[in-house]
Design a protein around this ligand. Sequence first.
Ligand SMILES: C[S@@+](CC[C@H](N)C(=O)[O-])C[C@H]1O[C@@H](n2cnc3c(N)ncnc32)[C@H](O)[C@@H]1O
Length: 202
Amino acid sequence: MSWQPVRDAYSTMSEQYIALFGGDWEAHEDDTALVRDHLAGLDGPVLDLGCGPGHWTAYLQALGADVTGVDLVPEFIGHARANFPASRFRLGSMTELDVPDHAVAGILSWYSTIHLPPAELDRVLAEFRRMLAPAGRLVIGFFDSDDGVTAFDHKVITAYRWPVSEFSARLAGAGLTELQRTRQQFPERPDRMYAAIAARAA
Ligand SMILES: C[S@@+](CC[C@H](N)C(=O)[O-])C[C@H]1O[C@@H](n2cnc3c(N)ncnc32)[C@H](O)[C@@H]1O
C-alpha cells in the first residue's frame, strides 16, 4: 500500500501533534510498565516503529535499550533528533527497512498501525514477525472496540478500532503469541477505548 496519505496527513498536522507529545508527556502507568517490562531489558536491538516525535524511543533509551525510532514524517524525525539527542532516529517506512530476518529483539508499534485498512494489517504484522528474533517481543497499541472492526474519523486521517480478541487473533496468525494486554479509558475521552498487547514471536 502507499503510505503517502498517512505521511502527508501527519506532516500537515505535525506541529499540533508535536505540541501534544513532543514535550512533557505522560502515558498511563500500566502502559509504561507494559513497554518497560517487555522491551527495556532485551538483549539486542529494539525498533520503535512509527515513533512520531520520539517520546517512547527516548523512554526506552533512558532505560538502557538499544533502540531506534523510525517514522515516515520528516518533521517528526527532525523534532525527535533535536529534542532527544541521545537517542537514534531514522526516517523511513516500517515496512521497507533493510533489516535482515530475525535481527531485532523487540518492536514497539504504539498506534502506528491504526490507520491501516483491516485487509492490510496481516501483511504489516508479518513484516514485524519477519524482523523479530525467535522469542522476540512486540508491544503494540491500538484503539479498542466493543463493536467489531470499525473505521472512525480520526483527527489526522481515518483510523480503525479493533476488538482486542480479534487483534490478538491477527497477531497469533502472524506467529505472535499474546503474553499480556492493557486496556484504558480516560475520563476526558469517554468516546475512545485504548488497548495494547505484548506478544512473543513464536
Ligand atoms: C498515532 S501516531 C503515533 C506516534 C507515536 N508512536 C506516539 O505514540 O505518539 C502514528 C505514527 O505512525 C507513523 N506511521 C504510520 N505508518 C508508518 C509507516 N509505514 N512507517 C513509519 N511510520 C509510520 C505516523 O507517521 C505517525 O507518526
